[in-house]
Design a protein around this ligand. Structure first.
Ligand SMILES: NC(=O)c1ccc[n+]([C@@H]2O[C@H](COP(=O)([O-])OP(=O)(O)OC[C@H]3O[C@@H](n4cnc5c(N)ncnc54)[C@H](OP(=O)(O)O)[C@@H]3O)[C@@H](O)[C@H]2O)c1
Length: 324
């Protein structure tokens, strides 16, 4: 039988709550601890969520030899620093998206994972959901013919005042926060890196992009367009348009236990029902498989690097007003 891996939460971030159920559902995982910059906050959080150990600093959790896996849910500008520290203290790391804010950071993280022999992967939860596999299967079956256009979006109204999402130096802005999803989806479907990109941004307070409108042109002839932002009503979708059909995905990034795809071919419109699973379960199981069974994580560090390279090019394009 597999050993149960002890997980530790690096911070008291809001997103941690999404992992509670999956971490408690599996007999391969045990939620052992939570670390915060403040001992009182860690203890209050641990008490509320019945977590056995509370650490008053991130270093204290990394120093606990019984923690096997760290979930890095820190603001984006701290992903690289604390992931590298965790790897170097012998922990495996599931790091929130975006993995990092520069290619130099990704390369340093990749080197640390290689040198320590520990698992590091990015927490793009949607990639592990059965709906995503089904979408890939439909595209690969040829049902859409030759892919021409990919469209997508992820918007919501940001109401968390003072949150790191509005601070440029902390990796704020909608492109890093939610634009990373349609970019990742399009790259996964096409299976290539875009040859060129163009981006336009609406600036919010602190010089971050409050809304972003992006285009990507792929070598195989596929064109992708997306938008993301903090000012529009909650909205997510992806649409894959081919010569022979159109696949519409109403909930590409946060599909639930039951979800649907809409496939149109000629005059025929078909609803494809998919039995899903708890959204964050897949990334936890993927970590366990990688650590305990030696399977490569579904999302490689090279793939994460590709996504970050595209985000950086889009930001550059929005600054210069030129294609990148
Ligand atoms: N995959 C998903 O579905 C999903 C959804 C939402 C967010 N995310 C990702 O998860 C990460 C966290 O997002 P979140 O909204 O959950 O974060 P959040 O609620 O704003 O919390 C971030 C935590 O980081 C710690 N922290 C350390 N230094 C900080 C600083 N200088 N300023 C503010 N906080 C600091 C704080 O914990 P302590 O005070 O306890 O130290 C804070 O609670 C981001 O990378 C985001 O992209 C992913």
């Amino acid at each position: 039988m597999d050993k149960a891996l002890n997980w530790g939460l690096l911070s008291t971030a809001k997103i941690n709550r999404a992992l509670m159920k999956p971490l408690r559902a599996s007999n391969r995982t045990r939620l052992l601890g939570v670390a915060s910059r403040s001992q009182a906050a860690a203890e209050a959080y641990a008490r509320e969520l019945s977590i056995p150990r509370a650490y008053g600093s991130y270093e204290a959790m990394l120093a606990d030899p019984e923690i096997d896996v760290v979930y890095n849910s820190l603001p984006n500008h701290l992903h690289a620093e604390w992931t590298i520290k965790a790897l170097r203290t012998g922990k495996h790391v599931l790091c929130e998206k975006p993995l990092a804010l520069s290619l130099a950071e990704v390369d340093a993280m990749t080197a640390a994972a290689r040198e320590t022999g520990k698992i590091l992967t990015e927490a793009f939860m949607y990639r592990h959901h059965p709906q995503t596999s089904k979408v890939k299967e439909i595209v690969e079956s040829g049902a859409l013919g030759k892919l021409q256009l990919i469209k997508g979006a992820f918007t919501f109204t940001l109401t968390r005042e003072g949150n790191y999402r509005t601070v440029k130096e902390m990796g704020g802005g909608s492109l890093w926060d939610v634009g990373c999803y349609p970019i990742s989806f399009a790259r996964m479907i096409v299976g290539e890196e875009p040859l060129e990109v163009f981006g336009w941004q609406a600036e919010g307070p602190g010089g971050t992009d409050e809304s972003f409108y992006g285009e990507m042109r792929f070598g195989s002839g596929v064109h992708a367009q997306f938008d993301c932002g903090f000012k529009s009503h909650y909205r997510t979708y992806m649409e894959l348009v081919g010569t022979d059909g159109v696949l519409y995905i109403p909930h590409p990034f946060k599909p639930g236990a039951r979800t649907e795809l809409q496939l149109t071919r000629g005059d025929e419109a078909q609803i494809i029902k998919i039995k899903g699973q708890e959204l964050y379960l897949g990334e936890v199981e993927d970590m366990c498989d990688a650590i305990l069974r030696g399977r490569p994580p579904r999302i490689s560090l090279a793939e994460s690097r590709g996504n970050i390279a595209v985000i950086l090019k889009l930001l550059e394009s929005a600054q210069t007003g030129k294609k990148s």
